[in-house]
Write a protein that binds this ligand. Structure first.
Ligand code: NI
Length: 137
């Protein structure tokens, strides 16, 4: 039997949704308020879950303080209080939608965690809007 261990973290960031290949009009129509040229912010909540076996010696699936440190060092320090479009290299060309932000976060975390763990992450952009990447799906 495997156990899933989760850690929650929050950050805030500004962004603008925009496709440079579309006209200003089409961008405004499609992305609405999210196309505001002066940017807007969100308080993001990230939940990172690691599914694995309980280690017989430690009794842990993963040392949650290690998981906490990875999330802080690789994600929170990298994204918190940033303008995603202007300051985060991944979003120089990539539209910082909820979908693309969670994908960037997933790629960074996946590199840090052993393949013995099955990773799933949830990212809330607002209280009601959230995305999930789950390796078991
Ligand atoms: Ni937004």
């Amino acid at each position: 039997m495997k156990v899933k261990i989760s850690r929650r973290a929050t950050f805030n960031a500004a962004h603008r949704l925009h496709n440079k290949n579309w006209s200003e009009e089409k961008n405004k129509l499609f992305f609405g308020k999210c196309n505001n040229p002066h940017y807007h912010g969100h308080n993001y909540t990230l939940i990172v879950s690691v599914l694995g076996d309980i280690n017989e010696d430690s009794g842990y699936v993963i040392d949650i303080s290690y998981l906490k440190k990875i999330i802080e060092d690789k994600i929170i320090d990298y994204l918190d209080h940033k303008n995603l479009n202007l300051e985060v290299v991944e979003f120089q060309e990539l539209n910082p939608t909820l979908e693309n932000i969670i994908k960037v976060i997933y790629d960074k975390l996946r590199k840090e965690l052993s393949n013995e763990f099955t990773l799933s992450i949830i990212l809330y952009e607002t209280e009601n809007n959230f995305a999930e990447i789950n390796e078991t799906v």
